[in-house]
Design a protein around this ligand. Structure first.
Ligand code: CA
Length: 219
């Protein structure tokens, strides 16, 4: 799950990014509205966490810009301006949820889980491909009914490929889901994760599409 965090308060942004990454989210952080609009188009985040008080643009303008292209992308608005009018305006312009500052991290995480649940194309939190099932609510993976323990990035990689079973996902797209911006990524990191997943789930489960990326074929 990739989160675009739009927040100009560097200290708060760092704390949020750290907490979100600890929960297995990939986080891209930008501090300006214009950069947020670019990132929404180029990075295809799954959820946007948007601070309304930004230095270069009004956050509600950013929200409108996002909605012009992405009608279904979930946006969780953060703001210190917790008047009822702002709340109503934010929701009217297409925010999916609204969290007044200051907030508890646990509350932000709970609201993100709600948005995440709404995201799924089906209401079920289980994805099945062949003999492998992945439960996104419990973060649990089973192969032939037996639980397989996966570290966070292997889980995220598997989830991305299973959600898109049958399609090829490019290296760049997979790396951007697994790592945040500015994070140092070893050139063979993706291969290593794939290698580990194949060892645990069967060598044929993930296919390499040479020069492009990876795919889990639909059985
Ligand atoms: Ca701000």
């Amino acid at each position: 799950m990739q989160i675009l965090l739009v927040e100009d308060d560097a200290e708060l942004a760092a704390a949020l990014a750290q907490a979100l990454r600890a929960r297995g989210y990939a986080v891209n952080h930008v501090a300006q509205g214009r950069l947020a609009l670019t990132a929404v188009r180029t990075e295809a985040p799954d959820i946007v966490v948007l601070d309304l008080g930004l230095p270069d643009m009004d956050g509600l303008q950013v929200l409108r810009g996002i909605r012009a292209h992405e009608r279904h992308l979930p946006v969780l608005v953060l703001t210190a301006r917790n008047s009822v009018d702002d709340l109503v305006e934010g929701l009217d312009r297409g925010a999916d949820d609204y969290l007044p500052k200051p907030f508890a991290m646990s509350e932000l995480l709970a609201r993100l889980r709600v948005l995440e649940r709404r995201l799924g194309t089906s209401t079920s939190s289980e994805i099945h491909v062949g003999n492998v099932s992945l439960d996104t609510a419990r973060l649990e993976v089973r192969c032939d009914g037996v639980t397989v323990e996966l570290p966070r990035r292997e889980y995220m990689l598997l989830k991305a490929l299973m959600e898109n079973a049958g399609k090829v996902l490019s290296r760049a797209s997979l790396e951007s889901r697994l790592y945040g911006w500015g994070e140092e990524v070893a050139s063979n990191a993706l291969e290593v994760h794939v290698h580990h997943l194949r060892r645990k789930l069967g060598t044929q489960f993930i296919q390499t599409v040479r020069g492009v990326g990876y795919r889990i074929p639909r059985p």
